[in-house]
Design a protein around this ligand. Structure first.
Ligand code: HEC
Length: 205
């Protein structure tokens, strides 16, 4: 085959590239349509995947943790319903036998969220001692719940309303109320001594 002939051939066949090295020529086969579809499709999929699974809502480790915790408490509290931090409910949690199973839960929350400021046993530190009988902000059981929910002294005592399950707040209120009078040596008494917590009268008696 002559060189000229080959080049002519290249001109005629759109698949054949122009260059010709001692009779060796090259086809220019375009990649097939389906290949483009898969290639561009994977690029788009990768971008969407990263957006949704790495940056989308509910996808950070923190979000996943929060969801797990919420589900855990949903299961844990399934049979008790909502526990409002009112006097009756707090007394019930403090005294009723079948609610005592929640005390270790309250203690665990106290250890992880409150002990840093109030001491492992509630003996005080940055925050006041809760094992004596004097309080800065508490005149009755409900006030304990209110302080935990809303915080005090411009955030020196943080507000926990948005960070804990409402039932957790009520359990903590009962736990803190029970610390009264355990008199663990620690921070000195602060504030006033309110009336003793009311007696528990089980409903229906
Ligand atoms: C960052 C430190 C800090 C953490 C964490 C903290 N508190 Fe406090 N807490 C304080 C301080 C400080 C006060 C006293 C505020 C004041 O002086 O007015 C206080 C006050 C209180 C009071 C009122 C005591 C009184 O004498 O009236 C209660 C009840 C209480 N905290 C419960 C809790 C519980 C329950 C938790 C955990 C969910 C918690 N605190 C976590 C710092 C903290």
């Amino acid at each position: 085959m002559s060189r000229e002939h080959d080049q002519q051939g290249a001109g005629n066949d759109p698949m054949l590239l122009d260059h010709n090295y001692d009779g060796i020529q090259e086809f220019d086969n375009p990649t097939p349509g389906w290949w483009h579809v898969i290639f561009i499709g994977s690029v788009i999929f990768a971008i969407l995947y990263v957006q949704v699974y790495m940056f989308g809502p509910g996808s950070s480790e923190q979000d996943k943790y929060n969801i797990e915790v919420a589900q855990h408490y949903e299961r844990l509290f399934a049979d008790v319903g909502d526990l409002e931090p009112n006097e009756e409910t707090i007394l019930r949690i403090m005294h009723e036998d079948d609610l005592q199973r929640f005390m270790p839960v309250a203690e665990a929350i106290f250890t992880s969220k409150c002990a840093a400021c109030h001491g492992a046993l509630g003996q005080g530190g940055t925050g006041p001692n809760m094992t004596d009988d004097a309080y800065l902000h508490v005149k009755n059981l409900e006030d304990i719940g209110t302080v935990i929910l809303e915080g005090a002294r411009a955030g020196a005592m943080p507000a926990w309303e948005k960070r804990l399950h409402p039932n957790q707040i009520t359990l903590l209120a009962a736990y803190v109320a029970k610390l009264r009078g355990t008199n663990v040596p620690g921070k000195m008494k602060e504030g006033e001594v309110p009336a003793p917590w009311p007696e528990y009268e089980p409903a229906g008696n």
